[in-house]
Design a protein around this ligand. Structure first.
Ligand SMILES: Nc1ncnc2c1ncn2[C@@H]1O[C@H](COP(=O)(O)OP(=O)(O)OP(=O)(O)O)[C@@H](O)[C@H]1O
Length: 344
């Protein structure tokens, strides 16, 4: 069955979360390179989502029914990398007790993701280049080659220009791997995606085991510089769930979470546990010298409730409308008014 462009776009959007211009550009790039078979080099800081992008390219390509094999070339001991990538024959070296196929052959007809390519030893770079040019792998200890049909996506968090200038990385291999270079942005470059990512990491979990971030908490998360990028954010969201499941967190709690400390019990005691239907935030009463803006207050409560219902309903608008005892169309109207997006 033919896969339509819209199906592909929907797949990419459900994998790579975010509405920021940087992520929209990234998704457009994924769709474009997925339609071809060229080698792609993903450059971006650690934890920014390079492997996820590689998976999205594979999933959107016509290789998607075949294997996606991911290996961290930087983590494999130098003496094993050749056999890991290309395989070996029985007895070809001490410890080679049986014949083994390498990752290139395992990824035949599919995609091979080579992570941390910038850390690959120089002598291995020559061998890799030869395989990429000839599309044939030779197992360690074998004299004959096996043809392979593999799409290569590689990734690095290093400055490759420096590595090439210093003679640590071969320029010819760099060109071969990076026919198309894709920049994966740091989380700090797309902080507006943070609320959506938080919701994504909490999706499908019961309200009692997730921590609810109020507006000030989300703002604090958006102001953080996230050296560990999306991976760090995911860890913070998970840690928050374990420590404060069912509670509402404010900006101060986020500060403590980001330093990995637990808020003292007293400061949390008066916080209201999340009970989606019964919880009503305290608001200052009007008094002679302090008039309140009732309409603004009502809108703030309305927006909070809508977000909470959507969160509980995993982004399903009809279910969120049921939780709010609203007609689906009324909820959609209100979401439009507040610029709230439903996440499928
Ligand atoms: N846009 C995104 N939408 C949803 N999840 C994301 C997004 N970007 C990253 N993630 C998640 O963040 C985590 C880290 O991403 P990933 O492992 O792809 O990063 P990486 O850049 O390959 O890291 P490293 O450089 O350390 O190998 C994963 O759980 C991934 O699913």
């Amino acid at each position: 069955m033919a896969v339509s462009t819209t199906d592909i776009e929907r797949d990419i959007t459900s994998l790579v979360i975010g509405t920021s211009p940087a992520v929209q550009r990234l998704r457009a790039m994924i769709a474009r390179v997925a339609a071809s078979d060229v080698s792609v080099l993903l450059a971006g800081p650690s934890g920014s989502g390079k492997e996820l992008v590689a998976q999205a390219i594979h999933a959107a390509s016509n290789r998607s029914a075949n294997p996606f094999v991911a290996i961290n070339t930087g983590a494999i001991p130098a003496e094993l990398i050749e056999s890991e990538l290309f395989g070996h024959e029985k007895g070809s070296f001490t410890g080679a007790h049986s014949r083994r196929t390498g990752h290139f052959e395992n990824a035949h007809k599919g995609t091979l993701f080579l992570d941390e390519i910038g850390d690959m030893r120089f002598d291995m770079q020559v061998k890799l280049l030869r395989v990429l040019e000839e599309r044939v792998v030779t197992r360690v200890g074998s004299s004959s080659g096996t043809p392979v049909d593999v799409r290569i996506i590689s990734a690095t968090h290093r400055d490759m220009d420096h590595a090439i200038a210093d003679g640590r990385f071969r320029q010819d291999l760099f060109f071969r791997l990076g026919v198309v270079l894709v920049h994966v942005p740091a989380l700090a470059e797309r902080a507006e995606d943070i609320p959506l990512l938080v919701r994504h990491f909490q999706k499908g979990k019961p309200s009692g085991v997730i921590a609810h971030f109020d507006e000030s908490a989300l703002e604090r998360l958006m102001a953080h510089d996230w050296p560990g990028n999306v991976r760090e954010l995911r860890n913070v969201v998970e840690r928050a769930g374990v420590l404060y499941g069912g509670e509402i967190l404010g900006a101060d709690d986020v500060d403590l979470l980001l330093t990995n400390a637990a808020p003292p019990l007293e400061s949390r005691r008066e916080r209201v546990a999340v009970a989606p239907v019964s919880f009503v935030p305290a608001s200052p009463a009007p008094c002679k010298d302090h008039p309140i803006d009732l309409r603004q207050e009502i809108e703030a409560i309305e927006l909070k409730r809508i977000n909470m219902a959507l969160e509980l309903a995993d982004g399903i608008v009809s279910e969120a409308a049921r939780l709010l005892t609203l007609k689906r169309t009324t909820l959609i109207e209100k979401m439009r008014k507040y610029g709230v997006q439903a996440v499928a």
